[in-house]
Design a protein around this ligand. Sequence first.
Ligand code: GDP
Length: 295
Amino acid sequence: MFSNLQDKLDRAFKVLKGQGNITEINVAETMKEIRKALLDADVNYKTAKTFTDDVRQKALGENVLTSISPGQLLTKIMNDELTELMGGTVTELDLSANPTVILIAGLNGAGKTTFTGKLANFLKEQKGKKPLLVAGDVYRPAAIDQLQVLGNQVGVPVYVDRDSTDPIAIAKAGVEEGKRNGNNVIIIDTAGRLAIDEALMNEITAVKEVTQPNEILFVVDSMTGQDAVNTAKTFNDRLDFTGVVLTKLDGDTRGGAALSIKSVVNKPIKFIGTGEKMEALDVFHPDRMASRILG
Ligand code: GDP
């Protein structure tokens, strides 16, 4: 779906570079091509339009028309603009509270449980923290097993209560357990659903209320295109999350979802998942994603 974005941009730039004399019309046509390419990459229409309008203005303002290498200058302008749109710089987690409670939310299959393990590993290894994982996905016993396996793998304890089917009580008890044991970060994995439904939203809102998280991270599969944006909007409307985690960026997606989600919900993307292994987690760098989107 995303793989031909670079081809299209290349073609658009070739058109631009091929002209001895570049006119405003050429720039407008190139912007149209770029907008089409962004739409094909699942960037939503409004975002793509705002982006190309801004770039066009800047391109004309910076005399792209008379520059020696208009293609290069335009690429730089686009890169800068995309970087800015995706937040400009890295947004770190706020780990100032002791303990810091982090709630993980998202649909089934998005990569929540995997990310929960990765985050515990990251905080332990890179930030010197002492995390506790809380297994809050009570509807899928396999999810509890999976979290325990991951916890073992990264050497982080997991709070489990197999006798309870109440995710709210488990989350609350998990936080208390963490406080008792001196864990300075408590990460709560929550249940998802295949699609958004009212029961899920009510449940996760209740978990938020009882645990008062410092960070709420919304996990979304970057390969789900426009659906990713819609899901992000619904979760944000209900939860007012503090950051986004884009998973499965090791696939061939160009990352258009990063741009759309940021511009629709206006929350920072904090991490990206780049594989199934516990180490396959990166802090989100807007400039790197801009280069990736542009190919
Ligand atoms: P959950 O239902 O949201 O908890 O999702 P899981 O954590 O169980 O992940 C669903 C599937 O996606 C599993 O097979 C994971 O191994 C896989 N997965 C999760 N994150 C990534 C990622 O960043 N890259 C790839 N390739 N696979 C991932």
